[in-house]
Design a protein around this ligand. Structure first.
Ligand code: AP5
Length: 210
């Protein structure tokens, strides 16, 4: 099964992608995580992406489309995958169609902008393994320390309040039109993001299984 998770930054795509992957035993592909890893390692891709990401802008389509194409050609993707954060523009969605990728379902997690501000400003991520926490909704057992690997948890540069506003503007302008794009294919399912992670998870899994 090939799934797309749509939604504003901080809507909970990464959180839900993890659950779907555990349930369906297919990999989650987060273009954001691939790009952050490249930035951390100072690769050519990372050098291209860094400035766009830190200012809350999208990395150019041709860069992201290229990396996605490489990633889904890998062996672990042959039984399907969950795309988290791709596509993010209409040209990226069109590129998937041109690649011949058949998408079974597009799950759009809807969360109001005000709630997004709270979620992203309280998010902390592990510097080493990338695990994600929230100071109120999903705190690590020991403050500042990752439950999974013991690494240090920090705030992402693009989770500062001003950058969150810019990311939301970019989302509304460039990514939200994808709802219309996929609604026309009959594959769009809307999940109303809930206050509690568990409640959103229940609705997401119901949408996957429907
Ligand atoms: P990316 O990493 O994809 O960031 P994003 O879309 O902005 O999404 P986030 O990872 O910030 O949020 P999320 O929806 O996964 O939420 P999460 O589950 O963590 O991209 C980063 C950057 O890379 C982009 O800005 C761009 O520059 C570039 N990029 C990536 N893909 C690209 C593409 N295709 N094209 C061009 N550029 C691209 O949840 C957020 C927080 O809320 C967490 O703390 C979590 O614990 C908490 N939370 C989650 N669910 C709930 C709930 N139900 N209730 C309460 N709290 C919750």
């Amino acid at each position: 099964m090939n799934l797309i998770l749509l939604g504003a930054p901080g809507a909970g795509k990464g959180t839900q992608a993890e659950v779907i992957c555990d349930t369906l035993k297919i990999p989650a592909i987060s273009t954001g995580n691939i790009l952050r890893e490249a930035v951390k390692n100072g690769t050519e891709l990372g050098l291209k992406a860094k400035e766009y990401m830190e200012s809350g802008n999208l990395v150019p389509d041709e860069v992201v489309i290229g990396l996605l194409k490489e990633r889904i050609a890998q062996d672990d993707c042959k039984n399907g995958y969950v795309l988290d954060g791709f596509p993010r523009t209409v040209p990226q969605a069109e590129a998937l169609d041109v690649m011949g990728v058949v998408i079974d379902k597009v799950i759009d997690i809807e969360v109001a902008d005000e709630a997004i501000q709270k979620r992203l400003s309280g998010r902390r991520v592990c510097e080493d393994c990338g695990a994600s926490y929230h100071v109120d909704y999903k705190p690590s057992a020991v403050e500042g320390k990752c439950d999974k690997c013991g690494g240090k948890t920090v705030q992402r540069k693009d989770d500062h309040p001003d950058t969150i506003k810019d990311r939301l503007n970019v989302y509304h302008e460039q990514t939200e039109p994808l709802k219309d794009y996929y609604s026309k294919t009959g594959k769009l399912v809307i999940v109303e993001g809930q206050e509690d992670v568990k409640d959103t998870t229940a609705l997401t899994l119901k949408a996957v299984e429907a």
